[in-house]
Design a protein around this ligand. Structure first.
Ligand code: S3P
Length: 417
């Protein structure tokens, strides 16, 4: 178990790039694996989650050539059974997208992950896949991983997920590529649009209407893709620059598409000096006084992964911030309602869980010994809080950060004088 020590300090200054977007990275790898020919991807996320997905497509028969850091060439189109269970590590996106893809392919597979993955809800993807005719099952008659898939023979369906989830949408659309007719996902709240955007860009017949996405069966054509910077990682620097007085940070080339940048609007509403340039994707943030806000339920899918670090912004703001309808945070890499409350609470933040709402009242933070609970975003949120605490903080379980942002510590050093 590794630890990370952060002492409070002066303003943050500089320009940096964050890892390639994790959600996009998983999806381009799956599409490249299905495409008959060579696809090239640049700027891939360098985190462990995406490395597991890359290894899995290789085990399924895709040719993988690592050209240099972040650039891979994938020869896809001829997938077949792996001779071992496919291990996704800590990645909920990995397992949920892969189970959809594999449910449509005419061979057997087993998908497994770490202790967290084995406890995360998979019913939300198994239910629509079974409605499509898939033979998918969890361990010992449950819906938990390891998941066993006997692929092939899917029918197209129209499906309305009971939870707003881009992972569920992505799972069903990947399965739809191998169904016998069109598959439609109907969403009551819009979620990140990467699956439909990337499928369309790789030649799949996808139609998008208000609240609906329909995919027609088919295979992508080989493509090239440059992955933009991950807004969910940029959010840590955005909050860090906003709360440390005198800071000015530019995060370059941050993805600015739908369903990902809700945190920019929330920080702006709190009084942050923040701008996201539409042409370059550069996100510029300067330190400023923040005030509390209400984040209504309908905004949550657009910032669901940013709540831990937005809670840090709220802990540094004047007054109360309420994140409404964030019950989904209970089933992320950790129970984030509990872990945000306990770890930021240990640092002196006033955090309460009120039903499915998270309520944070601003005040002073103190340095403390905190724990990641094996959750990368909790670990990094605590590191950002530590920048403005009275006294040093140590985050244990820091290795969780390797799943998405191995260079976080180095980037923090670069921004500090
Ligand atoms: C993701 C969707 C979100 C998010 C996760 C990545 C994706 O999960 O929390 O980190 O890439 O589709 P849900 O779709 O379950 O909300």
């Amino acid at each position: 178990m590794t630890t990370f020590a952060v002492a409070p300090g002066g303003p943050l200054h500089g320009r940096l790039r964050v890892p390639g977007d994790k959600s996009i990275s998983h999806r381009v790898l799956l599409l490249a694996a299905l495409a008959d020919g060579i696809s090239e991807v640049e700027g891939l996320s360098d985190g462990g989650d995406v490395a597991h997905t890359l290894a899995i497509i290789g085990a399924l028969g895709a040719g993988v050539e690592v050209v240099d850091a972040g650039t891979v060439r994938i020869r896809g189109g001829r997938l077949g059974p792996a001779d071992h269970p496919l291990y996704v590590g800590n990645s909920g996106t990995g397992i949920r997208l892969l189970v959809g893809l594999l449910a449509g392919l005419p061979f057997g597979s087993v998908l497994d992950g770490d202790a967290s993955i084995r406890h995360r809800p998979m019913e939300r993807v198994l239910a629509p896949l079974r409605a499509m005719g898939a033979a998918v099952s969890g361990v010992d008659g449950s819906t938990n991983a390891p998941l066993t898939i006997d692929g092939g023979g899917l029918s197209g369906i129209e499906y309305s997920p009971p939870v707003a989830s881009a992972q569920v949408k992505g799972c069903v659309l990947f399965a739809g590529l191998s169904a016998d007719g069109p598959t439609t996902v109907v969403e009551s709240s819009p979620t990140r649009a990467h699956t439909e955007e990337l499928m369309a860009a790789s030649g799949i017949d996808v139609s998008v209407g208000p609240g609906r996405v329909t995919v027609h069966p088919g295979r992508p054509v080989p493509f090239g893709h440059r992955v933009a910077g991950d807004p969910s990682q940029a959010a840590f620097w955005a909050v860090a620059a906003a709360v440390v007085a005198g800071s000015e940070v530019v995060v370059e080339n941050v993805y600015a598409g739908p369903g990902r940048t809700g945190f920019v609007e929330v920080l702006a509403r709190m009084g942050a000096d923040i701008g996201h340039a539409a042409d370059t994707g550069d996100l510029t943030v300067r330190g400023s006084a923040l005030t509390g806000t209400v984040v209504p339920t309908h905004e949550v899918p657009g910032l669901v992964d940013e709540v831990p670090v937005l809670a840090v912004a709220a802990a540094c703001a004047e007054g109360e911030t309420r994140f409404c309808g964030v019950g989904e945070l209970r089933v992320k890499e950790s129970d984030r309602l509990a872990t945000i409350a306990s770890e930021l609470g240990a640092m002196g933040a006033r955090v309460a869980v009120d039903g499915d709402d998270l309520v944070v009242v601003g005040g002073r933070l103190r340095g403390a010994d905190v724990d990641s609970h094996h959750d990368h975003r909790v670990a990094m949120a605590c590191a950002v809080a530590a920048l403005v605490a009275d006294g040093p903080t140590t985050v244990s379980g820091w290795d969780a950060v390797d799943t998405s942002y191995p260079a976080f510590g180095r980037d923090l050093d670069r921004l500090r004088p």
